[in-house]
Design a binder for this molecule. Structure first.
Ligand code: SF4
Length: 218
């Protein structure tokens, strides 16, 4: 359970993918939240920087239906990314806590560094609650000049993968394969998630149509 002083009300969500194998260990529901003030150069999701836009949802009702869909899709966990999850720490702590109460694991991506989050958590119950309800944390800003070609899910060598609970302590973050998913909808639009360098993505998607027809998600 999350502490009483963390009182979630609404959450600003950019995108949900009910089942993916490209955003963390196993099959997961990925939730991209809206708003990020970190603004890394080369970020794949600059359309998720603005604090307004996207969709505001009532967090309790939305979480219940999200977890119903996740269970139906037989996922092992949810992944929080964006956007910056710790800039909406209170509602996401609620989402993460509700997931873990149902045995669903939680992976959280953040552009902040773990040591800073820990320091802030002394006075910020919402940050503390989201950290306490995260099983696997990917932390640190994306550095376009320091691409990481070896570890899964993350983009640059400065970023760290940390098992904050025992749930994923067994994982080998060096030999676990990275994944890239490409979805083609019935209307012909193409969506990409997972991780790949921009040049390699451009090469991969060459011939699929104009860039305006290819929303990129991370
Ligand atoms: S990479 Fe992540 S932390 Fe960095 S600007 Fe993009 S959304 Fe924000």
């Amino acid at each position: 359970m999350i502490p009483a002083e963390v009182a979630p009300d609404s959450l600003r969500v950019s995108r949900v993918l009910t089942a993916t194998e490209a955003e963390g260990p196993g099959r997961r529901t990925a939730i991209w939240v809206q708003g990020c003030t970190i603004r890394c150069r080369g970020c794949f999701n600059p359309h998720m920087w603005a604090a307004d836009g996207a969709t505001v949802v009532p967090v309790r009702e939305w979480t219940a239906s999200l977890l119903d869909a996740a269970r139906a899709a037989r996922v092992e966990g949810i992944t929080l990314l964006g956007g910056e999850p710790f800039e909406q720490a209170a509602p996401l702590a609620y989402v993460a806590s509700a997931a873990r109460e149902q045995g669903v694991s939680v992976m959280t991506f953040t552009g902040y560094e773990y040591r800073d989050l820990l320091a802030w958590s002394d006075t910020r119950a919402d940050i503390r609650a989201l950290l306490e309800n995260t099983d696997l944390l990917a932390d640190g800003p994306y550095e376009a000049d320091n691409l990481d070609p070896t570890r899964p899910w993350i983009g640059s060598t400065n970023q760290q993968l940390r098992a904050l609970t025992g749930r994923y302590r067994h994982l080998d973050f060096v030999t676990t394969p990275d994944r890239l998913e490409i979805r083609v909808d019935a209307d012909g639009s193409v969506a990409v998630n997972g991780w790949q360098a921009l040049d390699a993505l451009d090469e991969l998607l060459e011939g699929l149509g104009t860039r305006a027809d290819r929303p990129r998600t991370r």
